[in-house]
Ligand binder design. Structure first.
Ligand code: ADP
Length: 192
């Protein structure tokens, strides 16, 4: 089973993906994680990616589609969870084509709904908690980058809700509850 977790930054996609990996043996493909790995490479490409990410803007479709293509060629497991991908209509089309090439289907798109004030609060808190514990703070976990990330989401990613709705593939869940409640809602979609 292959699924997309769709939702604004701070919606809890990564947390829920980790749970699905643990309980179902699925493979999490997070383009955010892949890009954070790429930026530490010290290459010119890595530096460009780092600047774009820190501002809260989207990295080019070409780069992220390339990363996903590579993973789809090699990763093996009990289905893929796409986390933070696709983020544009071009990425959604590319994913459809890549899955088709592999003879795979897209089984569910789960939209996690969380209001903006909660999102900003969560992400700013995540930054503060990491700093207090001496852990690395994501350079984009501050209010200014977060506002840009939200604007990017509404302009470029939210249209995917209509795109997958038209294909009859979207299920929307409330992302505001406790982590276990959201886990339950996702299980409901996957088993429903
Ligand atoms: P969040 O969902 O909390 O914003 P991510 O870890 O998914 O965090 O992404 C962090 C940043 O990485 C994004 O703000 C963007 O700059 C870049 N990024 C991640 N995935 C994509 C993608 N599919 N397309 C373009 N840029 C991406």
């Amino acid at each position: 089973m292959n699924i997309i977790l769709l939702g604004p930054p701070g919606a809890g996609k990564g947390t829920q993906a980790a749970h699905l990996v643990e309980t179902r043996g699925m493979i999490q493909l997070s383009t955010g994680d892949m890009l954070r790995a790429a930026r530490t490479s010290g290459t010119e490409m890595g530096n460009i990616v780092a600047d774009v990410m820190d501002r809260g803007e989207l990295v080019t479709d070409e780069i992220v589609i390339g990363l996903i293509r590579e993973q789809l060629e090699t990763a093996e497991g009990n289905g893929f969870i796409f986390d933070g991908f696709p983020r544009t209509l071009a990425q959604a089309d590319a994913l459809g084509a890549l899955l088709e090439e592999k003879g795979e289907s897209l089984d569910a798109v789960i939209e996690m709904q969380v209001d903006d004030d909660t999102l900003v609060q969560r992400v700013v808190n995540r930054g503060k908690e990491a700093a207090a514990a001496g852990q690395p703070v994501r350079a984009d976990d501050n209010e200014e980058s977060m506002r840009t990330r939200l604007m990017e989401y509404y302009k470029k990613t939210a249209p995917l809700i209509g795109y997958y709705y038209a294909k009859g593939q979207i299920s929307s869940i409330d992302g505001l509850g406790a982590i276990e409640e959201v886990q339950g809602a996702i299980a409901g979609v996957l088993e429903g």
